[in-house]
Ligand binder design. Sequence first.
Ligand code: FAS
Ligand code: PHB
Length: 390
Amino acid sequence: MRTQVGIIGAGPAGLFLALLLAREGIESVILEARSREYVEGRVRAGVLEQGTVDLMHQLGVADRLMRESMTDRILDIRFEGRLIHMDMPDLVNGREVRIYGQQEVVKDLIAARLAAGGELLFEAEAMALEDIAGARPAIRFQHKGEEHRLECDVIAGCDGFHGIARLAIPADALTIYDHIFPFGWLGILSESPPLADMTYANHARGYALASRRSPRIARLYLQCTPDEDLAQWPDARIWEELHIRLNADTSELAEGRIFQKGVTPVRSFVAAPMQYGRLFLAGDAAHIVPPTGAKGLNLAAADVRVLARGLVPFLRKNDGSLVERYSQTCLQRVWKTVRFSNYMTTLLHRFPTHTPFERQIQLAELDYIAGSRAAQTVVAENYVGLPMDG
Ligand code: FAS
Ligand code: PHB
C-alpha cells in the first residue's frame, strides 16, 4: 500500500487532518486501531472554541453541529458562597463557545471522510514505524488478522497519548515536560436538565463542574483521587456531592438517571519537538492539557490546521519552509494553552498538599477575579480560544 500521508488514529486530530488534506487534493490513509462503534461512542470533551467551529464550517461538516449544539456565553465560578459571573461575549467582543460532545464531532468527521471515499481503516492497529528519518517512511499495521505495510511520504502521529508514534522518536531527540496533578475527575452523563450555565466550583470538599450536552443531558464532574474506585460512588453519593460542592439544591440541579461514569486523570504533558524527520505528532500524541480549560480537542484541531498548511506546499512543490517550523509554530499555542489550563486547574481544585498560605493565595485570586473586569477578560479570552495563529 502507498499514500502521501499515513495518519495513525481516527480521533479529532487524525480526522480533521485527513479532511483538510483532501480539500487540497492530498491523499491520505487513516489507520484506526478500534472499531467505528467504539470511537464514535467514546465520551470525552464537550466544549468547542470558535476556531474549531469555524474549521468544521470550512470542512462542510457543521450542519448537525449548528442544529444540535448549544452556545455557551456564560462562565460561572462559585466559591465560598460567592459567584463570579462572566458574560464572555460582553468581555471579549461577542465571542463565545459551543457545547457539542466530542463523540458527535467524531461521528460527523467519519461520515464526511467515508462519504468522500477517503481511506479509513477501522480495527487497523499500527504496530511499528519505519524509516521516519528518511524519505520513504512506512507504517506496519495489522488488519483483519494480516500484517500490512503502508508506504508514505510523511506520517502523522494522531494516535493519542497512549499511541506508538511518539515512542518511535529517539528518546534523546525529545524533551518531555510532564506534570501529574494529585487528583482526577469523576465524570458522569445524566438524563437530567443541566444547570443553565457552565458552572465551576471551588469548594472545601473539592472541585466540581456542571456542563451539558443538550437541554436534557447534563455533563457533570467531581474532583476525586487519581485512582478513584467508581464502586465507592453510587449515584446517590455523586448527586449529594454535586449539590454540596456546586451549592445547588435539587430545584437548581435536577437529578436523573446516570448513564455514563468514568474517572480521568488530570495531567499536563508536552513532548517537544512535535516532529522528527517525516513524522509529525498532533493532538494528544504530543500533548495533554488538564481538562479544566476545555482545550484538549481544540488544541488537536489547531495542531492539524498548522500541519495541513505546511504539508500541502511540501508535498506539492517540495517546499518545506512551513512544515519545518510546524513544531515551533504549534508549541507557541500549546504552551499558552497549558498555561491557561494549569491556571484554571490550580485556581479551582483543592490540593491535599496546600499550606494555609497557599489556600489563602487561591482565595485571594478568586476574590481578585470577582472584582476585576480585566481579570475576567483574561479568563474569557483564553476560554473562547486564542486566535488560531497565536
Ligand atoms: P484521541 O486519543 O482522541 O485519538 C487517538 C486515536 O488513535 C484513538 O481513536 C485511538 O484508538 C487511536 N490509536 C491509538 N493507538 C493506535 C495505533 N497503534 N494504531 C491505530 N490507531 C491507534 N478534553 C477536553 O477538552 N475536555 C474534556 O472534558 C476531556 N475529557 C477527556 C476524558 C478522557 C477519558 C480522555 C482520555 C480525554 C479527555 N479530553 C478532554 C481530551 C480529549 O478530548 C483529547 O484532547 C482529544 O481526544 C484529542 O484528540 P486526538 O489527539 O485525536 O487523540
Ligand atoms: C465538558 O462539557 O465536557 C467540559 C466543559 C468544560 C470543561 C471541561 C469539560 O472545562
